[in-house]
Design a protein. Structure first.
Length: 249
């Protein structure tokens, strides 16, 4: 069945994003708790071969708490409440130690994987309604539980490295295997950025006496942002080896 889907999205809350920041929004004050949110209401019309369909939905309906704790600590908690995204559930939740910022900040909890330019562009910073299918498929799981180290050197370079369970959001680890993910971006010229990402993880084989399952991900990215001209390009490659890739389609 062929269908064409038209999206009409209204963004009710939109806050400028901070590049390489794990959360979409950050605390605006050092005093007390900050309540933040982001809402995308959507009208979807589907042109089907037989009967057309249309519906009002929420593509994203998020609310959370951010704040700073004296001294050098901050927290970020974000929930997804959209029932059309199987909400409600905890989307992000982590504590950050920033005594060494901007050189290095250490976060622990559940956060977005530091892999891919598009994946790490916050929802309100996207230039399309949804992320590309390639990124959605090859960066799974997009969120994980673990330890993250990130930082930057002036405007020249920025990095983020994570050591996580590898099982995804809200999933308890049941083995000793872990996943490494990292992203590094340099800007030799102020308006040009070049970067790369790498992700490697193993998990116990699903077949007795077989080798461990291995997942590898590579990504390269380019961005030119000069005045009103923006050019972005990204290449993502995946390699999966192991028992779960055989005998089952």
């Amino acid at each position: 069945m062929k269908r064409l889907i038209l999206f009409f999205t209204v963004v009710f809350l939109s806050i400028p994003f901070l590049t390489f920041a794990q959360g979409c929004m950050e605390a605006s004050s050092d005093e007390g708790v900050n309540v933040v949110g982001y809402l995308q209401s959507q009208f979807e019309y589907q042109f089907n071969e037989e009967d057309n369909e249309n519906s009002f939905t929420f593509n994203r309906a998020r609310m959370g708490l951010v704040g700073n704790i004296p001294y050098d600590f901050s927290y970020y908690i974000m929930f997804e409440f959209s029932q059309f995204q199987n909400g409600p559930y905890l989307l992000d939740g982590f504590i950050t130690y920033s005594r060494l910022a901007p050189w290095a900040s250490i976060s622990m909890g559940q956060f977005k994987s530091p892999f891919s330019l598009e994946l790490n562009t916050p929802c309100q910073g996207l230039h399309t309604i949804k992320r590309s299918m390639v990124v959605n498929e090859l960066t799974t799981p997009d969120r994980d539980l673990g330890l993250l180290v990130s930082g930057k050197y002036n405007k020249l370079a920025k990095y983020a490295f994570a050591f996580t369970n590898g099982t995804g959001r809200d999933v308890v680890e049941n083995n000793q295997n872990k996943t490494f993910a990292g992203r590094f971006v340099v800007s030799p010229i102020e308006f040009i950025s070049l970067g790369g990402s790498y992700k490697y993880g193993t998990s116990p084989a699903t077949i007795i006496d077989a080798d461990e399952d291995v997942k590898k991900r590579f990504a390269g990215e380019f961005e030119l942002n000069l005045s009103n001209i923006l050019i972005q390009a990204e290449y993502v490659s995946a390699e999966d080896v192991g028992s779960y890739t055989t005998g089952g389609g």
